[in-house]
Structure formats: structure tokens, C-alpha cells
Design a protein around this ligand. Structure first.
Ligand code: PFF
Length: 476
């Protein structure tokens, strides 16, 4: 591959802008909305431990692989994979990895934007006092009324997609870089203010106990699959977002150090979000296993009854919007960059088309909360739940697995060495060992067993098939 220092899309100004951008991608609804509620549904501590193990053993090694692949390729994930495969005489089929990722990003954006729209809708709700002193029934009704109204949902979904497109259309330096250097520090500031608030006004000890008491009886294979899928989702891995950002990374920045920094910040934000939400929930006698409504029902009730609740409630939902915004831009960047390269068109037009497509698909998610709520696409799941399950629990782990196999087993080692230029060989060897063996084997096992548990009927058929093929496995 010819040594090219700069991608045609631009280049991050320095190490910190890359860290802000990648952390901005990683920190999003996954940390603030999803992590607390799935931790709540899966019993807290033990789930958190599995999730942390997945971040370290699977997430970080694959993040390093994705960034190095992007920086080596210098283009959008699709074009990069095509070029890398062609120049190294590997199978052309590896380009499918790029396509698969762009598709996953696009599918995620379609429903992500709808949920981000709820957060936008809650800013005026809290700000204008609609939720002050609310009872649990009323808070539930306000959330249900929002979901029951497709037009309102479409309105906020549109606003959010427009916000996202506005940044991406302006390009890497004038758009992405500028947005993240403003949004990320504000996000951290808001988070620290809210943590202080939760420590003073919430039931902090109960929150800590809930997140860090490990009760393994509550752990099922389903929740292990959920924890692994979430590790990919929260680090934005397995779909090329981080690969695309890697293409804009200057050559002199250490990939290993920055990956560790990003994973650290992402985990920190998820834990702090849990420590903001659960103490407030417990202080008000509410349930942690509320599901997707945790942030939109329990939390506003809590804010509604606390000193300066409206003010801090508004701050909280602004925080959520910022986090979602900086993630959404990374969800469409791979498709937009590819469209610019492929059709030699302007960023503005490319962004417009991709955003429009995601907006249209998002209507399916909007309707999943009202008219099409009971439609069953996948084993009782409506469009929204199917997209969420399919992308998070299947597509991202599968994409990550392929990235691990490609970088670990197919790509020439001299390329990985050149990109990582390891100073401490033991760390490099450790990474390679995790990437080639630990991560793929773990993903394969968790994916297979988790999917079989998630689909009991298929599990019975599969067991029968195995017993037909290997009759000696039958016990008496
Ligand atoms: N990491 C984001 C979150 O936790 O909300 C979601 C996400 C963004 C997933 C970008 C995948 C991605 F490529």
C-alpha cells in the first residue's frame, strides 16, 4: 500500500481530538440509557462483572484491530477492505466485512435516532415543569402518551437526524472534530455535576451495592450474550465506525494507548451513569428492573420530587442528547465516506441520502411503539426490538469476530507491527494472543449458546440434530 499520510476526508488535528471523537462515538445511549436498564434487568453486579470482562478480553483487543485496519486502509471501511484485500492478494470477499458494518451502522442509526428523540422530547417536559411532583402513574402515562403518538415521535426523530446530518455534512474537521471538542468536555462536566447531585440527594450506598454485589445466581446465558453484545455496542465495535475514525488518525499516535484510554472513559461513563441513576431510583422507592422506561419514567419521577429537580432533570436530558449526538455521527460516517468515494460526490449530498434512508427506516421503529407494537418480526419482537437484537447481539459480535480473524490470522504481521510499532513486546504479544484466540473463541461460544438460549424451539431442534449425528452422546 502506498504510504499516504492523509485520508481524502481529512485528519484529526491531534491525539486528543481523536480520543474525543472515538470516546464520543463510544459514549452514548448505550452508556446512559441502555447500560443501567439492562444491568437492572439482569440483576446488577454479576452482569456488570461479565460486561467488564468482555470489555477487557474482547472489546479492547478488537478496538485496537479496528483502528489499525482503518489507519492502514485510509479510506471508508468498505473501500479500505477492498484495497487491503486486493493489495495483499487476499480473498475479495473480505470487502463484505465493510458492507456488513455499514449496514449495521445504518440499521442502528434508524432506531437510535428514535430513542434519542425521546430524550429531546423530555428536555421541554422537565423544563416547563410538566413532571414536577408527578406520581408514578402519571409519569408512566406521560411516557406512554409520548410513545402512543407517532407524529410527535417522528418530529423528534427528524430533529435528531437533522442535528446528526448537519455535523457529518460539514466534514471531518469542520463538522465532527468541532462538534466533539465542544460536546465531550460538556458531557463530562454535566456528568460530574449530576454525580454530585445523586451523592447528596440519592441513596448512594444502595446504588453502589446494586452495581457491585456479585450474585451469580441471577446470571443466565441470555444475560451473558446481552453483556457481550453490549460490550460491542458501547465501544462502537464490529461495524466500522471506529475503523472509519482510525483512517483519519495521524500516523504518530499510539493505537494501543488511545484504545485503552477510550475503553476506560467509556466504562467510566457507564458506571457513573449507573451511579447517577440507581441512587436516585432507590431513594424514591422505585424498581431498578423497569426496562427501557427506567430513564424516562423512574428518573423523571425522582427528579420531580427533589430540590432543583427540574433544573437537574433538564441538564440530564441535555447530557443524554449530547452523548447520543456524538455517537450518531459515527454511525453514518462509514456510509457517508463510502458514498463520497464511490460516487465522487459532495459530502453534503452523500449525507443527505444516507440520513434520508435512515430516517425512512426509523419510521418502522416509531410505529413499533404504537400502531405496529404487536407485529412480530423475530420471535415476538416488533421492528424496533428486532433491529436492536439483530444488530447488538448478532451483527456487531459477528462483525467483531471477522475483524479479529482478519487482523489476527489473515493480514500480514508486518502491517500490524508497523501500525502498532510496539515498544513493549510482551504487550504486543498479549494483544495478538487475545485477538487470535481468546476473543474469537469467546465470541463464538457466547454467540452460539446465547442464541440457542434465546430461541428455545430452535435449541430443541438443534439438540435433536446433534443427537442424530452423534447418537453416542445420548445418555440412558
Ligand atoms: N456506542 C454507542 C452507544 O453506546 O450508545 C452506540 C454506537 C455508536 C454503536 C456507534 C455502534 C457504533 F458504531
Amino acid at each position: 500500500m502506498p504510504e499516504k499520510q492523509q485520508s481524502i476526508h481529512g485528519i484529526w488535528r491531534n491525539r486528543w481530538t481523536f480520543i474525543f471523537a472515538a470516546t464520543g462515538s463510544a459514549v452514548g445511549l448505550g452508556n446512559i440509557w441502555k447500560f443501567p436498564y439492562i444491568a437492572g434487568e439482569n440483576g446488577g453486579g454479576a452482569f456488570v462483572l461479565v460486561y467488564l470482562a468482555c470489555i477487557l478480553a474482547i472489546g479492547v483487543p478488537i478496538m485496537i484491530a479496528e483502528i489499525l485496519l482503518g489507519r492502514h486502509g485510509q479510506y471508508s471501511p468498505i473501500t479500505s477492505m477492498r484495497r487491503i484485500a486486493a493489495q495483499s492478494n487476499h480473498s475479495k470477499a473480505w470487502v463484505l466485512l465493510g458492507w456488513f458494518g455499514a449496514l449495521a451502522g445504518f440499521l442502528i442509526l434508524s432506531y437510535y435516532s428514535v430513542v434519542a428523540g425521546w430524550a429531546l422530547a423530555y428536555i421541554p417536559k422537565l423544563g416547563f415543569g410538566e413532571m414536577s411532583q408527578v406520581t408514578p402513574d402519571v409519569a408512566k402515562k406521560i411516557f406512554e402518551d409520548l410513545l402512543a403518538n407517532p407524529l410527535t415521535l417522528v418530529g423528534w426523530h427528524t430533529v435528531f437526524i437533522l442535528l446528526t446530518a448537519m455535523v457529518v455534512a460539514r466534514g471531518v474537521n469542520k463538522g465532527l472534530e468541532k462538534a466533539v471538542t465542544i460536546l465531550m468536555p460538556m458531557l463530562f462536566l454535566l456528568l460530574v455535576i449530576l454525580l454530585g447531585y445523586s451523592m447528596m440527594s440519592g441513596n448512594f450506598q444502595d446504588g453502589l451495592d446494586f452495581l457491585f454485589t456479585f450474585d451469580f445466581n441471577k446470571l443466565t446465558w441470555d444475560s451473558v450474550l446481552e453483556a457481550m453484545g453490549h460490550a460491542f455496542f458501547t465501544l462502537s465495535l464490529g461495524m466500522g465506525a471506529i475503523m472509519a475514525y482510525g483512517a483519519y488518525m495521524p500516523k504518530n499516535i499510539s493505537i494501543i494507548n488511545t484504545s485503552l484510554t477510550i475503553a476506560f472513559f467509556d466504562t467510566l461513563v457507564a458506571i457513573i451513569a449507573g451511579l447517577v441513576i440507581f441512587p436516585i431510583v432507590f431513594a424514591n422507592g422505585l424498581e431498578p428492573g423497569e426496562g427501557p422506561g427506567l430513564m424516562f419514567v423512574s428518573l423523571p419521577i425522582a427528579f420531580g420530587h427533589m430540590g432543583f429537580g427540574a433544573f437537574f432533570g433538564v441538564l440530564f436530558f441535555i447530557l443524554v442528547t449530547f452523548a447520543a449526538w456524538s455517537s450518531a455521527i459515527s454511525l453514518i460516517e462509514p456510509s457517508v465516506a463510502w458514498a463520497v468515494e464511490r460516487f465522487n460526490t459532495t459530502r453534503f449530498k452523500a449525507t443527505f441520502f444516507v440520513a434520508l434512508l435512515a430516517w425512512v427506516l426509523g419510521l418502522g421503529s416509531v410505529l413499533s411503539f404504537n400502531h405496529w407494537e404487536n407485529m412480530s418480526i423475530l420471535d415476538g419482537r416488533n421492528i424496533f426490538a428486532t433491529l436492536d437484537f439483530l444488530t447488538t447481539n448478532i451483527m456487531l459480535p459477528l462483525g467483531g469476530l471477522l475483524i479479529a480473524l482478519f487482523v489476527g490470522w489473515v493480514l500480514q504481521e508486518q502491517i500490524t507491527r508497523k501500525e502498532l510499532s510496539p515498544k513493549i513486546m510482551q504487550i504486543y504479544q498479549l494483544w495478538r494472543w487475545f485477538l487470535r484466540l481468546v476473543a474469537p473463541v469467546a465470541v463464538l461460544i457466547i454467540l452460539t449458546v446465547g442464541l440457542l438460549e434465546a430461541f428455545p424451539e430452535q435449541k430443541i431442534a438443534f439438540t435433536r440434530f446433534i443427537l442424530d449425528v452423534f447418537p453416542s452422546l445420548k445418555g440412558d
